[in-house]
Every structure is written in structure tokens, then in C-alpha cells.
Write a protein that binds this ligand. Sequence first.
Ligand SMILES: Cc1cc2nc3c(=O)[nH]c(=O)nc-3n(C[C@H](O)[C@H](O)[C@H](O)COP(=O)(O)OP(=O)(O)OC[C@H]3O[C@@H](n4cnc5c(N)ncnc54)[C@H](O)[C@@H]3O)c2cc1C
Length: 344
Amino acid sequence: MAGLAAAARARELGKTPVVLEKGTRPGGSMLLSSGVVWRHRSLEDFRAECPSGDPALQTRIVEELDDALAWLESLGAEPVARVTGNPLTVGKRFDARELTDVLLRAAGDVRLGEPFRHAAILATGGFGARLARERGLLLRANPWSEGDGLDYALARGASLTAGLNEFYGRALPSGVDDREYVSAAQVYAQHALVLDDEGRDLGGAAWHESDLVQRLPGGRAWYVGDARARRQSVRDRTVAELVGAARAAGGDVRASEELPFTLPESPKLVEPPFVAVRVRAAVTHTIGGLRIDDRARVLDGDGHAVPGLHAAGADAGGIFTGGYGSGLAAALVFGRIAAETAQR
Ligand SMILES: Cc1cc2nc3c(=O)[nH]c(=O)nc-3n(C[C@H](O)[C@H](O)[C@H](O)COP(=O)(O)OP(=O)(O)OC[C@H]3O[C@@H](n4cnc5c(N)ncnc54)[C@H](O)[C@@H]3O)c2cc1C
């Protein structure tokens, strides 16, 4: 998203940008996403959710997302919802395909199947594909974000942020097709017991559950729910429907009697039958990345700007460190900022 947003903004500013896209289709992970572009309600909330992130970068998202959303609408992107459905956040939901098409048109010259060799603005989506491979986790994102932007910037003296091991994670029932990345995600740890392979309780999760997914031992767990849990809703679907989606996606869904261990006692397991879903941790995008300032300039180890080099989206680290936030919002806000700084 960040590259298309940057190009669209640069064109508005009278430039003639070229977007070089390594993938065989445009839109990166944005095209696969739920399309909810959101922010925490205040900087204080953002700081509490992502305590190790850079307050200067977080401030720009809090202060500029609403204008950036209005800009998206001015380009022709019509929100499908004007609320996120989550009381902790504000933002809008777009149809990911339509959002991609609108930004593509506004970006102008987008060349598919062409990895960049030189760039003023890096927006390669971080290194989720590389991290997933190295750690033996599933990938729940576009397959092209291998860290090419980071490697390019490092060779030019850039420095990296903390949190290089962190990722926005989701539990998937198996290696599902990319059209099922949203629908098959198992996001109900608040209602279920989450157990490791020996049947040990892995504890609770934050509302977004990305914290839990990152600490699943070996990237694997069992989500075990009772009948009461399956009647609970997570946003617009019941847990029973999410379990059904896991089964439909070819996941390992079984009666708890068929588990290779005895279930621990838990207030979450009261009303039988108990159903277990095998889940695996999947990387959506990385959290650590290139160090940038609040003008999207890539910084070296001394905190000086690397001349002529900017980064946005998941290539830029230091925004959500220690927590979780909207990758689409970061890509949109810093994509626009990168274009403005680069043209100056
Ligand atoms: C299933 C799913 C659901 C999601 N839902 C949400 C949501 O509702 N809300 C939200 O905020 N976020 C969501 N996200 C995350 C969001 O999609 C990402 O945070 C966002 O797309 C990151 O933007 P980006 O520009 O950094 O990366 P991308 O959108 O992935 O774009 C990076 C682009 O760089 C290209 N690239 C990589 N290497 C090179 C190279 N060497 N040369 C040229 N091009 C290259 C890639 O092919 C890709 O097209 C979701 C993601 C997924 C997968």
C-alpha cells in the first residue's frame, strides 16, 4: 500500500513517479487484507498499546490518519463502513480490491514483475516472508516481502529499530489459500483454552491476540473451546463459525477426547462437548525495520538522514514495537509523508 500511496501523493505534487513492483499483481498484502484502516483513539492509547514504539512516529499517525482517509475518499475510495466495529479504535473499512484499484489509478506508472534496483522511497512491505521461513512459521501475507528494502538501505548505511523478531501474527488452522487468510483466522483465544503440545495452558491474550500468536511454542497450539464458547461472537461471526471455517479449510478439528493429552481443569471448559482446533502461528507483517524520522527519512546509526532515502509501510520499523496497530494506517500516512519529504 505504502508505495502506491506515495506515488499517488507524488503525482498530486506534480512529480512523475514510477512504482516498481516485484510481484506479478499489484496491491501487496493490502489486497489480501480486511481493509480496515484504523488508529488508536489517542496518543496515550497508542503508547499504552505499543510502549516501545517511537512517539514521534505514533503522533503522526494519530494526527494525520483522519486527513489521509479523507484523501483516500477524494481519490474515489468509498468506505464500506465508517466505523471499525472495535470500541478501542477509530477508522474506516474499505473493500481491499477497490482500494487497490483506486490507488493504482492514482499512482499512474506501476510496473509489475520489476524488482527495484534503485529507489528514493522504499516500500517493499518488510521481511515477513523471510521471517516466516527462517522461523518455520506460516506466512499470511504476500510472498514477495523478503526484506529487499531493508537490505538496500543497510548497504547505504541505514540503521534498524528494535523489535526485529516481532510480527503481527494470526493463528491459522493450516497453510490455507490466500483468499482464506481473513476468513480462516482463528481469533477467539479469549473464549478458548490455548494449550501447547503437552496440554499446558499458554495463558491469555490481548484483544488482538497477536501477542499470544508470537509466543506459541514452535508456532503451534491447540485452541479448545466448550459449547458455551462456540456460541460467543467475535466481531461478526460466532466461534462455532470460526471453527467451521478451520474445518472447511482442511484444518485438524477434533473432539477433545482425541487429543494426545488430558485436558487441564479450566473455567473455560464447562459445557461439553469440547472441540479442539490445531493452529499454527502465521506472520502477517514484521514490526521491526528501518529506522526513520517523522518525515519518513531513513536514518543512519548516528541519527542522520541517509541522503535521498525514505521508507514507509512495513519497511519502516519503530511504530508498533511491543504491540499491535494498523499496518494499513502506517502505510497510508507514511507513504504520503515520504512523497512530500522526497519532493521537497
Ligand atoms: C490477511 C490480511 C489481513 C489484514 N488486515 C488488515 C487490516 O484490516 N487492517 C490493517 O491495518 N492491516 C491489515 N493487514 C496488514 C496490511 O495489509 C499491511 O500492514 C500493509 O499492506 C503494509 O503495507 P506495505 O506497503 O508495507 O506492504 P504491502 O502492502 O505488502 O506492499 C509491499 C509491496 O512491495 C512489493 N515488493 C517486495 N519486494 C519488492 C522489491 N524488491 N521490488 C519491488 N517491489 C517489492 C510487494 O510485492 C508488495 O506489493 C492485513 C494483512 C493481511 C495479509
